[in-house]
Design a protein around this ligand. Structure first.
Ligand SMILES: Nc1ncnc2c1ncn2[C@@H]1O[C@H](COP(=O)(O)OP(=O)(O)OP(=O)(O)O)[C@@H](O)[C@H]1O
Ligand SMILES: [Mg+2]
Length: 453
């Protein structure tokens, strides 16, 4: 026997022997009905998106029978994060197809300087291979993205925040960040319901139009101009937009930008899916005028910043490297703005934030005092007073916060509105007196109390 084997070894070359033994093994092993997809953590040097998505997706598939789980929590997280442990198997069902996910880790080999190798193995009946590749895996990627968005902590980036970002990215060393803790949402925002709906629809449409922007060759961005007196909710609306979209906010102080190259650097260090906010642009215009007066940052005219120049610049930059960008300008004085900025097509949406009217009040009453359906004796009187008084939502909110007792708070609000109304009337009559005693004798007030010429 030994002799035959050694003769065979001598007569049959090694390659052929190896081939024969594999073929014999294949022939005598029963064929598996399953296909297994191996999903490694990395594709070459980059991370494997399918692996990352599977890791998130499988958290929702953990069942009571899963034996070992990994638990963690960082200081930023509000809840525990739970993930499956190596060696565990998790079942899933997709359109009646049974699937099995296994999380496999292999220890690093001592001779090779590499870390633990991790992968998922997805097994299912062979006949569903096409369906799994064409529709189940895209479904896993999509669900994972949704779950990630839900968990995402919205950040506020400001160039004055410390640069030690918690997410580890330094964003070009330009922006520091804190978590956006602003609780404002479209539900809590006191705004005309139609305007609110228009805003939400507009944002939804914007998000869904990737292909459209590509087709027409425009940067995937949208510009909003919010105007209104202080305390009418411009900043609250921006926070509501960020919370709704789960987009980070970059708060840009134009006064801290001294040249186009500075601006380019700052803008290039912002990320996609974000809102760039430039508040109080009427004040920024003053800054520009000061520069033209020749202060230390004036420089040659070509390097000076103008608002429309800034917009052109952003358009150019974002058409080449920006996606899902929103830019918001705010102003207390729309009448003072550069006309180039107000031209149709410059900013996509103009929103005038107005004083608090009865419909907006109902949101505040529900938020602050849990009063719904006008369910309070003083409600009608307040609505009447609001129609004839200019009061901001911020002022109303402050009155409503004065007491947890709805009777006390609303009583306070009624007194406040009456006071405001009579003060306004007094100012108006003083103005009239002044004018009548002076040169402009034609000044009158109309039926609604407005001053007319
Ligand atoms: N429309 C609103 N709905 C709900 N709350 C509001 C609204 N407007 C103002 N508030 C309340 O008033 C506070 C101040 O409002 P906000 O900072 O949004 O005003 P603003 O228009 O940005 O003012 P400014 O022009 O001074 O920046 C908010 O924190 C919020 O509590
Ligand atoms: Mg503001």
């Amino acid at each position: 026997m030994m002799l035959i084997r050694s003769m065979a070894n001598e007569l049959i070359p090694f390659e052929l022997r190896s081939y024969l033994s594999t073929a014999i093994h294949y022939l005598f092993t029963p064929l598996s009905a399953n296909t297994t997809l191996v999903i490694d953590e990395h594709c070459g040097m980059s991370r494997n998106q399918v692996y990352d998505a599977a890791e998130i997706y499988l958290k929702t598939k953990i069942s009571p029978s899963t034996e070992r789980l990994r638990i963690g929590k960082t200081s930023r997280q509000k809840t525990f994060s739970v993930a499956i442990e190596k060696g565990e198997v998790v079942a899933d069902v997709y359109e009646n197809i049974k699937l099995k996910w296994a999380y496999v880790c292999t220890e690093p080999q001592k001779t090779i300087h590499s870390g633990e190798k991790r992968r998922f193995e997805l097994s299912f009946n062979k006949k569903y291979r096409e369906k799994i590749m064409d529709s189940y895996l895209p479904h896993v990627l999509k669900r994972a993205k949704e779950l990630k968005d839900e968990e995402k902590v919205v950040k506020l980036y400001n160039r004055e925040c410390p640069f030690n970002n918690e997410d580890g990215g330094d964003h070009g060393g330009m922006w520091g960040s804190i978590n956006l803790e602003h609780p404002s949402t479209f539900d809590t925002l006191a705004l005309d319901p139609e305007l609110k709906k228009m805003m939400v629809d507009d944002l939804k449409r914007f998000l869904g139009r990737k292909e459209f922007y590509k087709k027409v060759g425009k940067a995937w961005k949208r510009g909003y101009l919010l105007s209104g007196p202080p305390g009418t909710g411009k900043s609250s609306l921006i926070a509501a937009m960020a919370n709704y979209l789960k987009f980070d906010i970059y708060d840009l102080e134009l006064t801290s930008i001294y040249s186009n190259s500075d601006l380019r650097r700052v803008l290039l260090s912002t990320t996609n899916r974000s809102i760039l906010v430039i508040e109080d642009i009427d004040c920024s215009v003053e800054m520009r005028d000061r520069q033209q007066g020749g202060d230390q940052y004036g420089g040659p005219p070509s390097s000076r910043l103008t608002l429309s120049g800034l917009l052109n610049f952003i358009d150019g930059l974002w058409s080449s490297c920006g996606d899902e960008r929103i830019i918001v300008f705010t102003t207390n004085h729309k009448d003072r703005l550069d006309s180039a900025l107000l031209r149709p097509g410059r900013m996509d949406v103009h929103i005038n934030m107005s004083y608090c009217k009865p419909q907006a009040f109902s949101t505040l009453a529900s938020n602050y005092l849990d009063i719904r359906d006008k369910n309070h004796d003083l409600y009608e009187e307040i609505e009447g007073l609001m129609e004839i008084t200019t009061v901001t939502p911020a002022e109303v909110a402050e009155e409503l916060m004065a007491s947890e007792n709805a009777d006390v708070a609303l009583e306070g609000l009624v007194n406040f509105l009456k006071r405001k109304h009579s003060e306004a009337n007094q100012v108006k009559s003083e103005e009239n007196d002044k004018v009548e005693g002076g040169e402009a004798k034609k000044l009158k007030t109309d039926d609604e109390g407005r001053t007319v010429f």
